[in-house]
Ligand binder design. Structure first.
Ligand code: B12
Ligand code: SF4
Length: 554
């Protein structure tokens, strides 16, 4: 008889931050308090890649699957006594629960490089604790950094190239798994890398082949604690939200983006009827109220996008587009449709306030006249605009950044996210940086907050300081709602800043101003006192208060 033992799979998500950054958060990072100390807070968005893999595997074969998300664990821990993440990984993975589970395949998911070292450490712990398990990893990092991973680690049996549904199913079904890993071109092994063998994506063309995501793999309540959405300045309905992707792929070629390396450039979709079915099920079975879309290019087909917005409306739910929406597609009709589902905040990926940078450096399909029009429409429709900006790209000059500053000041946008250009593995920008020797620090681990690109035009220190002062200038000193007398709305942004960064002197100062204008004297006095306390004890804040001529509160 040909008896095949059912595979037990363990998916693991490493912490999204490096250990040092977790225990010593930088001044521009969100924090959480544990005991008497501040730690960096890590995002806890639902890992839909793994939910998709799990659903797919369970549909087409018999498997048992469990998942550990170290980000959930870190946020939940009331105190943190470990001297390194390795100690945490080793302790946690050797508990009775996991020893008894005894996974036969361990799959580590790693989408971005801040988790690089954590991924290697987890794999090493797994190798020690579960010596007979097959250990693999997938996501954007293995897809682009397989050479480095095999150089830095001996723990992996194989790495997945691109999307994992089909390759993982093949692995589970294979009678001889090691032979399968060597023969399937979507699995990368050490031997293949040494021999320079070609690798190949194995995409699912019709996304409906993937069943309803396996949300039961998670304790969904825990994912409401600190999802990325809660860092958006005006968002206050953070409960009952569920992450989805109704499409994969994006045809554009933005120089800073790496998404195509995993998902390709061709758009692939779920059918409208499937989208309706899934949203209904999320609502009925899980009580979902907000759908968080992770699509790279949701508005690629505008008619389809409008149909999906209508489904959300019919179901009386609301939506959020965390990765932003392409501005050129946001005509008045689409914005009105979005408003009709209660969406009162939009992330707008503007990226630069310089036409030259947009066109010549970023290759982004956008010009500033569209930006002006969309933000004015949002303003009229009562949709708050959360504008993302990137500075410090190779080829950008100080004058370009100044042009960006001047342009952004003319917009009545609600909030600006000023990010520092990060050379992502798999992006054209990284190739440019390597070719021109522009990397001052390691690109492994940087996450839009640290500057590592230094060119003939600027230093890393200049970009880091510029990003922070632009943030203070646009969001606080020149805050459009404060300027226009919308004190309650302005306050939301300031209060949210205080929630994620409790020592933000500018947030206290400008919140105090709002309270004063709203005649809430008690609040005004409390915020004023807190501002003064912070300014007195911090040279950092005193310096910025002088730079922006903040006059003493009366
Ligand atoms: C959602 C998201 C997040 C979530 C992650 C939630 C989660 N646990 O999945 C959060 C908000 C945490 C996040 C954070 C960041 N993100 Co992000 N994010 C995304 C986004 C928009 C969607 C990911 C997604 O759900 N895709 C859809 C699912 C179905 O695909 P998937 O997750 O890739 O999974 C598939 C494959 O990768 C593979 N796979 C994945 N895991 C595994 C495991 C195994 C074992 C196998 C075999 C296969 C496999 O199979 C899956 C199914 O096909 C992507 C863009 C994109 N389209 O991928 C950017 C993206 C992954 N993020 C990116 C970046 C840069 C970041 C940040 C660094 C940005 C920042 N501002 O700091 C941070 C890093 C964390 C930090 N320091 O806080 C970059 C990464 C590029 C790179 N090469 O480094 C991307 C590609 C965006 C881009 N434009 O380039 N992000
Ligand atoms: S940044 Fe967005 S629009 Fe540009 S290529 Fe990436 S996914 Fe597409």
């Amino acid at each position: 008889m040909n008896y095949k033992k059912m595979d037990k799979i363990l998916f693991i998500i490493p912490p999204y931050a490096k250990f040092d950054s977790f225990v010593n958060p930088d001044f521009n990072e969100g924090t959480i308090t544990k005991g008497s100390r501040q730690y960096r807070s890590v995002a806890t968005d639902m890992p839909i890649g793994l939910l998709s893999l799990s659903a797919y595997l369970k549909k087409y074969t018999a498997v048992e699957i469990k998942l550990i998300d170290f980000n959930i664990l870190l946020n939940k821990m009331e105190s943190f006594e470990y001297g390194s993440f390795v100690e945490l990984f080793s302790d946690f993975l050797s508990t009775k629960e996991w020893i008894d589970y005894a996974p036969s395949i361990i799959g580590i998911s790693i989408l971005f490089t801040p988790s690089y070292q954590n991924m290697l450490d987890i794999a090493r712990c797994c190798r020690d604790i579960f010596p007979s398990a097959i250990i693999v990893a997938g996501g954007g990092v293995p897809t682009n950094m397989y050479k480095e991973i095999f150089r830095d680690s001996t723990s992996f049996d194989a790495l997945c190239y691109g999307e994992g549904e089909k390759p993982f199913l093949g692995l589970v079904k294979a009678n001889n798994k090691f032979e399968y890993l060597e023969h399937n071109p979507s699995w990368i092994t050490r031997k293949k890398v040494e021999n320079g063998q070609p690798l190949q994506h194995d995409f699912i063309e019709d996304l409906d082949e993937i069943p309803f995501y396996d949300y039961d793999l998670l304790n969904t309540d825990e994912y409401g604690l600190n999802p990325t959405i809660s860092t958006f300045a005006l968002f206050d309905n953070k409960k009952h939200l569920f992450h989805v992707a109704t499409s994969r792929g994006c045809p554009y070629r933005c120089s800073f983006c790496a998404s195509h390396s995993v998902h390709g450039r061709k758009m692939r979709y779920h059918s409208i009827s499937r989208v309706r079915e899934d949203f209904k099920r999320l609502q009925e079975q899980y009580g979902a109220k907000t759908i968080v879309f992770q699509d790279d290019h949701f508005v690629a087909d505008k008619q389809r996008a409008l149909k999906i917005i209508n489904i959300v409306k019919e179901l009386k739910m609301t939506g959020f587009f965390q990765s932003g929406l392409a501005l050129y597609a946001l005509d008045r009709k689409t914005l009105e449709a979005l408003k009709s589902i209660g969406l009162d905040q939009l992330v707008l990926s503007v990226e630069s306030g310089s036409d030259r940078v947009l066109k010549e450096i970023m290759h982004k399909p956008l010009d500033l006249s569209i930006v002006k029009r969309v933000i004015a429409d949002c303003h009229q429709l009562g949709i708050a605009s959360d504008v993302t900006i990137l500075i410090g790209l190779p080829g950008e000059t100080k004058q370009d950044i100044e042009d960006t500053r001047a342009f952004l000041k003319t917009l009545d946008a609600t909030w600006f996210r000023i990010n520092i250009a990060t050379p992502l593995v798999g992006s054209e920008m990284l190739d440019i940086c390597i070719k021109n020797n522009y990397l001052k620090g390691s690109y492994i681990g940087c996450d839009f907050k640290d500057a590592v690109i230094e060119t003939e035009d600027f230093t890393t220190e200049y970009i880091k300081e510029k990003a922070y002062s632009l943030n203070l200038e646009l969001n606080f000193v020149g805050n459009s709602d404060l300027r226009l007398g919308n004190y309650e709305k302005a306050l939301k942004g300031f209060e949210n800043t205080i929630r994620v960064k409790s020592d933000h002197a500018f947030a206290y100062y400008f919140a105090a101003k709002c309270y004063k204008m709203m005649n809430l004297d008690e609040k005004y006095l409390a915020y004023k006192a807190k501002y003064q306390e912070l300014i007195e004890k911090s040279a950092f804040w005193k310096n910025y208060a002088n730079q922006f001529n903040l006059v003493a509160l009366g």
